[in-house]
Design a protein around this ligand. Structure first.
Ligand SMILES: [Zn+2]
Length: 238
């Protein structure tokens, strides 16, 4: 049989939604952390054979994965964490009306409304509009939610806020709950274009052998319509 080249996503009708905020020198970072800067070390415009940039940045820039080493002495660096959590079916839950940290009840309500299916990855939207500047008042993830989710087989929680723990936390309970339960952490996701529902998450960290985090190019791929919207799920079951 002659192999054919096809557009896989086009064939299935799936759509990619980019949930990575742009990274540049104007990308906000945690106050006191290392901002993103770049310098051109080789320049086509100066008759060099190639253009090459040098970058300086915190690895907690834009959409990123925290490693256990971020909040735990002896914790795994990002280059040695398992990749499975960062790839696979995810449920996006809208928490924009919730006051305080992301918690269990809105997740339960969404799961009930969408037919009872809880995948292993949870993406929490807390911002109606992703902030372009640093925001001190981001919502974290409650340790209770992480434990509840891990008890049900959850392997990853992603959020649009800058951290699992509030800005003034000294104990980092949200991060520790995730480390304790082996739940992978994604932060800084831009969910402005994303409705509640089921998607395939693709957000692999880079293989930095010694780092506490890595930027990710995070995308959501729409699933076949039976899973992606409650409307279609209802139609098919009737
Ligand atoms: Zn982080």
């Amino acid at each position: 049989m002659v192999p054919r080249i096809g557009r896989h996503t086009g064939d299935s009708g799936a759509r990619l939604i980019d949930i990575s905020p742009p990274i540049s020198e104007s990308t906000p970072v945690w106050p006191g952390d290392t901002a993103f800067t770049r310098a051109v070390t080789s320049d086509l415009g100066d008759s060099d054979a190639v253009t090459i940039n040098r970058i300086t940045t915190t690895p907690h820039i834009g959409a990123h994965a925290d490693a256990p080493a971020h909040t735990r002495i002896g914790g795994a660096p990002i280059g040695s964490v398992p990749l499975e959590p960062y790839l696979g079916e995810a449920l996006v839950v809208d928490m924009t009306g919730v006051d305080g940290a992301a918690c269990i009840r809105p997740v339960e309500e969404t799961v009930e409304r969408l037919g009872g299916h809880l995948p292993q990855r949870l993406i929490l939207r807390t911002y109606p509009k992703y902030p372009r500047e640093w925001d001190n008042d981001f919502a974290g993830v409650s340790p209770e939610l992480t434990h509840w989710f891990a008890d049900r087989g959850g392997v990853l929680i992603g959020i649009d806020g800058a951290s699992f723990d509030p800005m003034d936390s000294k104990t980092m309970d949200g991060h520790h709950a995730a480390s304790d339960r082996g739940v992978a952490i994604l932060e800084g996701l831009c969910l402005d274009e994303v409705d509640e529902g089921y998607y395939e998450l693709i957000a692999l960290p880079l293989k930095f052998l010694d780092l506490d985090a890595s930027p990710v190019r995070a995308v959501l791929r729409t699933l076949p319509s039976s899973l992606s919207t409650p409307t279609h799920a209802g139609e098919e079951s009737s």
